[in-house]
Design a binder for this molecule. Sequence first.
Ligand code: HEM
Length: 358
Amino acid sequence: MAESGEGNWTYADYLNLHRLLDLQGEERKINSDEMHFIIVHQTFELWFKQVIRELSEVRDILSQVPVPEDQIPRAVDHLGRTTEIFRLMANQWTVLETLTPQGFLAFRDGLGSASGFESFQMREFEFLLGLENEDRIGGVDPLDSFRRISDNEINNAILERLEMVAGMPSLYDSVMSWIERTPIMGSTYGGEDDVGIVNQYVSDHLAAHRKLCEEAAERSSGWGAGDSNKAAERMMASHEGAVSFLMPEGTVDRARAGLLFIESYRELPLLTWPRKLIDALVELEESMVKWRHAHARMVERIMGRRIGTGGSSGVDYLDSTSQYRIFKDLWGIRTVLVKPQRRPSLQNAEFYGYSSNS
Ligand code: HEM
């Protein structure tokens, strides 16, 4: 067989096709339904492998201090590819939906307790992204299951790898510590007057937010809330929510303030790449949520509300996982924005690439 660099490959050798096409379990005399079930799983796992590669690159770029600006477009590209992979995978469930409930039952017992639960690659990219154990259903540590089966060299190696990834700063941690260093109103992170400038900015923003909530409460008809008092209460509670989001425990969270600044002044030339990166992360998580949701619908169609082979409640469990949000602050900031006409006026516009205050 030709070696890499010899430039004399055959198509089959380059792609390792003979090995690849010998891995579908045909020696067990499986029927077409089961072969399709295996091939769909295998293609997902191949995509997971690529997802891990792409996301590791993003994490490595963003965990540098400072992040080299010329590498950010590459991080955005890796995220964009990952999103497309999830979109493709979300559509791929429809192939599985050609499996009838009876067709699945015919071979399901043969799976024993094998379940997607045990997809170590899925757990790896969840850790890599930053899904916290306390945010998982039942607050479980997925490593516990891998610890139970780490009785041979292969399983030990998987456990070690997962522990290593879980112990590293996640992509989300890296993004937030990068966002924390965003210059706000021209003030640099750690600068002499930074705390004062950032506090003033957040306080101005919250004043505008409060005013808008009061105006909305006055206009409120009560539709959807039962009566107008309840609607007004809800508006004011949403203001309290904005205060505790931006000032948890009474002090300004600089990372959230940075995020607020980037989202509020999206048009500033200097903020173009940070904004694109944030958009790419939100788009990625949205595509993952849709993928999880489509998995649950496929499962409901094929096996109804049966218990999963991994022992979970099945569809209910899968539906709950589509509530996971890893990039919580990137979602949370959307709730506390104000319309552009009411945002605090920009200071030091020239710093962000404009020649005069806008
Ligand atoms: C007929 C096809 C399928 C059925 C009926 C099905 C059913 C289920 C069920 C019931 C669960 C919950 C865990 C359990 O109790 O077992 C689950 C989890 C999972 N499945 Fe599937 N599945 C199917 C196909 C697939 C495919 C093709 C993949 C691709 C790799 C996949 C990946 C996963 C993953 C990663 C989980 C864990 C989700 C999590 O814990 O967040 N499943 N599946």
